[in-house]
Design a protein around this ligand. Structure first.
Ligand code: GLU
Length: 574
């Protein structure tokens, strides 16, 4: 089948593919589904790199590594080796689902007041983002190394070849990357980053060939030395130098912070929805828990009988989100630092009770959308305020290899271009701004308060779905900040309740909510429901939504892959 964008090759995608030198023919789309292996990733060049590994007999993890190294080059606004990631893995031979945590950690110097101004008030968001203060110790390399040792097949060093070649020979700046650079207020503030992203002081036009020899040199070191090539020696020194000498918000991230970084195996969070088993990422991500909570709250409603995009569907989905996000804010954080009542939060009886709060005649009033009382929940952790920042960054990839092993990996430098600092050819994340800026509420420490060594709470939701007899049914995930959770959950509802194919489920107009405001995806027809939603008591806000749902559905006749048309991802397989 080769490589093409989305499920059906769009004309716009041809431009991307042709610009990247890949042949793409419209009739590809009509060909049979891939049967051997498949990758869906956020950029055609990353798809190509991953597909090459799959064709060489590489595993899903091998393909994910090769794709990630390219993504850090061609989509640096979204993810890279200076960021963090979560990876879910399934092996049909053992039947084991495993989850890997490559989330950034706060340098040991970090105190709960990290993002407070001298007057005790939280700083403006972008002031916190740009520069050294927001940088966590990157986790991508340590996590991928760990996953590769357990599930890799191809030699580690060779997985970097494509990215090194593209960094040295040059790659075409995509439409999305060009637009991200052109609208970014932070790049001009950081001279090293401006030198790379704004050659001659101007944003590059789409299609401009860009080279990144510093990134190629960095990848050669990591290829040769593994994580030691990143967490020790000259790359580590470059990271420390960039953060400690940042033109804004310099921070004491140290060599010791880097050498002590550890990727972690976490217990996956699994639950059932109707006849399916759904496994996602546990703390420090809220993705797995919150997805299962929303589904658990609607499970006793007859969703199959509710038409997609109808008033009832939008209302029900929004209300379930509000309840789940109230729990998220109250109880979730890094479980190595705070007790997260995972079992209690996804307990089916608890969720049935929560779901029973939802009625179809009126929206819940704000004072009814409070955290619940899950078993083991410590209300001292109650947190009522949640920041709201839209982030057209982060990326997701889904892979199934020749032996049926699956990877769902969501990977991020947090906001577009992370902290905007660069070291050794790559962007350093701003993941620490995922901590709550206010460390306490009513003098009580919040679950997601900043602290040295702690991992900020994430929404990333790489997800594996299993059907009858534990057979893999779907692999899915998305970028989108906190909206990742509704994006992924809605896709699951589309697949499971509405029996949609992957592309149709991904294309569903989005509905997101964690307050009295229901956000509807603008221009997709949902505006017609505004007056009825208002009559139920909702505020309604149409918005552009920048999901990047990249998923695979397993069918009897092959693998059905789809990349979200809202971004520039693609599908490749044989
Ligand atoms: N930093 C976010 C998180 O971990 C992801 C940001 C995004 O999706 O754009 O939840």
């Amino acid at each position: 089948m080769g490589i093409f964008k989305g499920k059906w090759l769009a004309l716009a995608a041809c431009a991307v593919l042709l610009a990247t030198g890949l042949a793409a023919r419209a009739e590809d789309a009509a060909q049979a589904l891939p049967k051997k292996y498949i990758i869906v990733a956020s950029h055609p060049l990353a798809v190509e790199a991953g597909l090459k590994e799959l064709r060489r007999g590489g595993t899903a993890v091998d393909a994910a590594i090769a794709a990630q190294m390219v993504m850090g080059l061609v989509e640096p606004q979204s993810s890279g080796i200076g960021g963090g990631a979560f990876l879910m893995h399934w092996d049909p031979k053992t039947g084991h689902v495993e989850s890997y945590d490559g989330r950034e950690t706060a340098p040991m110097v970090v105190k709960p007041n990290l993002f407070l101004k001298p007057d005790g008030k939280p700083m403006p968001f972008l002031e916190a983002v740009f520069g050294g203060r927001s940088v966590g110790v990157p986790g991508v390399i340590a996590m991928l190394w760990m996953a590769h040792r357990e599930h890799g097949n191809r030699p580690w060093a060779e997985l970097f070849d494509d990215a090194i070649r593209l960094a040295e020979d040059g790659f075409p700046v995509s439409n999305r990357m060009a637009a991200a650079i052109a609208r970014d207020p932070g790049l001009p503030l950081i001279p090293d980053s401006a030198a790379y992203f704004l050659p001659d002081g101007k944003p590059p036009a789409a299609g401009t060939m860009l080279k990144n020899p510093a990134y190629a040199a960095t990848l050669r070191l990591i290829a040769a030395h593994g994580p030691d090539g990143f967490y020790r020696g000259e790359i580590a020194e470059a990271i420390v130098h960039a953060v400690q000498n940042a033109p804004r918000g310099p921070q004491s991230l140290t060599l010791s912070d880097l050498s002590h970084y550890r990727a972690l195996k976490r217990t996956p969070v699994c639950g059932t929805y109707r006849t399916y088993r759904i496994c996602g990422m546990g703390p420090p991500s809220s993705g797995g828990i919150t997805t299962l909570q929303i589904l658990g709250e609607i499970e006793h409603k007859d969703v199959t009988e509710i038409a997609p995009n109808s008033l009832r569907a939008v209302h029900l989905f929004a209300e379930a989100q509000r309840l789940a996000f109230a729990d998220r804010a109250a109880f979730e954080g890094d479980s190595d630092f705070v007790r997260v009542p995972v079992k209690g939060l996804i307990d089916q009886r608890y969720l049935t009770k929560r779901g029973a709060l939802i009625g179809f005649d009126a929206a819940l009033s704000a004072d009814m959308v409070l955290p619940g009382k899950p078993a083991g929940g410590d209300l001292m952790l109650r947190r009522l305020r949640v920041p709201d920042h839209s982030k057209p960054s982060t990326a997701h990839l889904s892979v199934i290899d020749g032996a049926g092993r699956a990877v769902a990996m969501t990977t991020s430098v947090e906001g577009p271009f992370g902290s905007h600092l660069m070291a050794a050819g790559f962007i350093l994340n701003n993941q620490l701004t995922d901590f709550s800026f206010e460390p306490a509420f009513d003098n009580r420490r919040l679950a997601n308060a900043p602290q040295g060594g702690k991992r900020p709470l994430s929404s990333m939701s790489p997800t594996l779905v299993f059907g009858a007899k534990g057979k893999l049914y779907a692999v899915i995930g998305s970028p989108g900040g906190w909206r990742i959770i509704p994006y992924v959950t809605q896709t699951l509802i589309g697949l499971i309740d509405w029996h949609m194919d992957m592309a149709t489920a991904i294309a569903l107009p989005h509905v997101t909510s964690r307050s009295a405001t229901v956000e509807i995806e603008a221009g997709k027809g949902l505006e017609a429901l505004t007056s009825e939603l208002k009559a139920l008591g909702h505020d309604v806000s149409p918005q552009a939504m920048d999901s990047g749902l990249n998923g695979i559905r397993v069918r009897d006749d092959g693998y059905e892959g789809a990349a979200d048309a809202r971004r520039e991802g693609g599908v490749g397989g044989d």
